[in-house]
Design a protein around this ligand. Structure first.
Ligand code: SF4
Length: 409
């Protein structure tokens, strides 16, 4: 089912790109093409697979010619296809509590139904959530495949960089021993060079998105850096980032706005809703509002020194706000709110996420103290079974009206 889906997605996008009109916007189509190709690599059985956690350094594994992917990719794809419910039910009927994050319930259900490709190895990490770690441990047991666990230090210091870098070195040896692959020093240098090129392009892309009006259309930036991180280190990642940068730059130079009339600028907290929902369209068409920033779309790390790649990758992980205390996360959100001139924050409060939803009170309090209103939505980003469009409309409508009155628009 999944391989056919990704193959037909790939051919449809390729066809659209080849016969689209001159000058048509294509960066998002190239993004979708990349998603399709990741899916094909995972499901075709042609290459060795590493199921991973979200914060694993994918450039390192890509340089070893593995197909690395965070397990949540499957939950997200199932939701996007409108097919998550049967897999959620399978996991719930087998005893998984509905209090567990639905990304992980969907993944476990998919594994039980044979929809998760059998990996050659697995790499879990202690951040961003213990649910991800437990899910990967469970998959390792189910598939009887070797598991490497990265313990991401909680605090960023010289000692923690060293500790994490040493774990990345051990991860490479683990992959070499268990998957029969090899990390060629030249391939690593190339991956680091590509990651640095992409990093610089990402800085430009997010700067362009912060312009007023923002040039990004309502769906352009959904899941952007999450997917981009999966292809870190590859030539494809450079091409995709460059196409985003070029397209957004041209729109800024031409004065082309992302949405027709941008009156309200919003920041999205953590993950977007992965199944089809009317939210972004409603914000644009009914409230002239744009989500101009996503918490997960930001560059917090510096260039990686090609002579110390493991330390550079460790620095990148440790500066990720999802890998540290809620205070750092709040500080990061406040910086983003200022940079993007945000009028309000939408927090989906994804059901079962101790990471994001668990911090909602502290985040709301801190942002409100700084004059930034927050709307905590009670939604599940994967499970559409309890999604109530009416309730969403009521809550978002009231929030938007408050902001619009305050702004006088
Ligand atoms: S939504 Fe929360 S619990 Fe679920 S995978 Fe993401 S961080 Fe983990």
């Amino acid at each position: 089912m999944m391989l056919e889906y990704f193959r037909s997605l790939e051919s449809g996008i390729e066809q659209g790109l080849s016969c689209g009109p001159e000058g048509a916007l294509k960066a998002r189509k190239l993004f979708a093409l990349e998603v399709a190709r990741i899916g094909i690599r995972l499901y075709s059985g042609e290459r060795k697979i590493a199921w991973c956690g979200v914060l694993v350094p994918f450039d390192l594994l890509n340089a070893m010619d593995l197909v690395p992917c965070f397990v949540e990719f499957v939950g997200s794809m199932l939701a996007n296809l409108g097919s998550a419910a049967p897999f959620l039910e399978v996991s719930e009927q087998s005893g998984y509590s509905t209090d567990i994050c639905s990304y992980h319930r969907a993944i476990n259900g998919a594994a039980m139904k044979g929809l998760m490709p059998v990996p050659d190895l697995l790499v879990a990490s202690s951040s961003p959530c213990s649910g991800g770690l437990s899910t990967i441990e469970r998959l390792a047991g189910r598939f009887e495949k070797p598991l490497f666990v990265i313990d991401i230090p909680y605090k960023h210091s010289a000692a923690s960089v060293k500790r994490l870098a040493d774990q990345y070195r051990r991860m490479v040896r683990f992959a070499e021993e268990n998957a029969g692959v090899r990390l060629d020093p030249q391939a690593l240098r190339r991956a680091v060079a590509n990651s640095n090129l992409v990093r610089d392009l990402l800085v430009e892309i997010f700067d362009l998105c912060s312009k007023r009006p923002s040039p990004a259309r309502r769906n352009d930036m959904i899941n952007f850096l999450l997917v981009m991180s999966l292809i870190f280190g590859t030539d494809d990642s450079v091409g995709l980032a460059a196409s985003y940068r070029d397209e957004l730059l041209k729109k800024v130079q031409d004065g082309t706005p992302g949405i027709k009339r941008e009156e309200v600028r919003l920041l999205w907290f953590q993950n977007r809703i992965q199944f089809k929902s009317p939210l972004e369209k409603m914000l644009e068409e009914e409230f002239n509002a744009a989500i101009v920033a996503d918490e997960l779309n930001s560059v917090t790390w510096g260039p990686i020194d090609p002579d110390s790649p493991y330390e550079g990758m460790a620095e990148r992980t440790l500066t990720n706000p999802l890998a540290s205390s809620v205070d750092l996360r709040i500080g990061h959100l406040l910086e983003m709110a200022e940079k993007y001139q945000i009028d309000g924050v939408l927090n989906p409060c994804h059901w079962g996420c101790r990471q994001g939803t668990g911090a909602r009170g502290l985040i709301e309090k801190a942002l409100r103290k700084n004059g930034i209103p927050v709307l905590n939505l009670e939604v599940d980003c994967i499970d559409s079974r309890n999604f109530s469009e009416g309730q969403l409309r009521t809550r978002v409508g009231a929030f938007m009206e408050t902001i619009r009155v305050k702004k006088g628009v």
